[in-house]
Write a protein that binds this ligand. Structure first.
Ligand code: SF4
Length: 62
């Protein structure tokens, strides 16, 4: 199963991925997006978050 991962060094904290896939991504205390549930949203929504991330900080990990 592919799992989305956020590179915390690249994330700028724009919160776009949280808006698009709110059950998958959550902002942590440091203002960086983290994956709280890799299957929280359907794959299409997660892919949209990946494609929309301006920092290209999200990717699929096998
Ligand atoms: S869309 Fe990208 S840069 Fe914005 S909060 Fe999510 S991971 Fe970070």
């Amino acid at each position: 199963m592919a799992t989305p991962v956020v590179d915390p060094d690249l994330c700028t904290g724009c919160e776009l991925c949280v808006d698009i896939a709110p059950n998958t991504f959550e902002m942590n205390d440091e203002g960086v997006s983290t994956v709280v549930d890799p299957e929280g949203d359907d794959e299409g929504a997660i892919q949209e978050a990946i494609d929309s991330c301006p920092a290209e900080a999200i990717s699929w990990a096998e």
